[in-house]
Design a protein around this ligand. Structure first.
Ligand code: CA
Length: 128
């Protein structure tokens, strides 16, 4: 849901503080509203209460793996999910796309890249 000011809400599910900080600062500067969750439990709560327009989902989280949450989002909404994982984790890109992720990003990434990917993803999902 676009917030009352018309800004895009991005749910960032990420347990590494450095990424959360960089995304919060970078995306907020671009006019996005960033809601950050460091666990899947928190992410599920924020997903319901904040109704994000797009979800940036790190897969390796303290309370589990994000793939199931990705499945839930895709099954119950049209909100695009961008999967994030560390290169070393070698999660198969094909798996991510099979789960219905709109895009797939490997760490380390630049916040600027994320902004472009978020915008591209939102444009694409608006055209569906
Ligand atoms: Ca992680």
């Amino acid at each position: 849901m676009v917030d009352p000011d018309g800004r895009i809400v991005v749910l960032v599910v990420e347990d590494e503080a450095s990424y959360v900080d960089a995304l919060s600062i970078g995306l907020s500067a671009d006019g996005f509203i960033v809601e950050a969750a460091s666990t899947l439990a928190e992410a599920r709560k924020l997903f319901v209460t904040r109704k994000p327009d797009v979800v940036l989902l790190d897969l390796m989280l303290p309370d589990g793996n994000g793939t199931e949450f990705c499945r839930e989002i895709v099954a119950t909404s049209s909100i695009p999910v961008m999967m994030v994982t560390a290169r070393s984790e070698e999660v198969d890109v094909v798996l991510g796309l099979e789960l219905g992720a709109a895009d797939y990003i490997t760490k380390p990434y630049d916040v600027e890249d994320i902004r472009l990917i978020v915008e591209r993803t939102l444009e694409r999902s608006a055209m569906r």
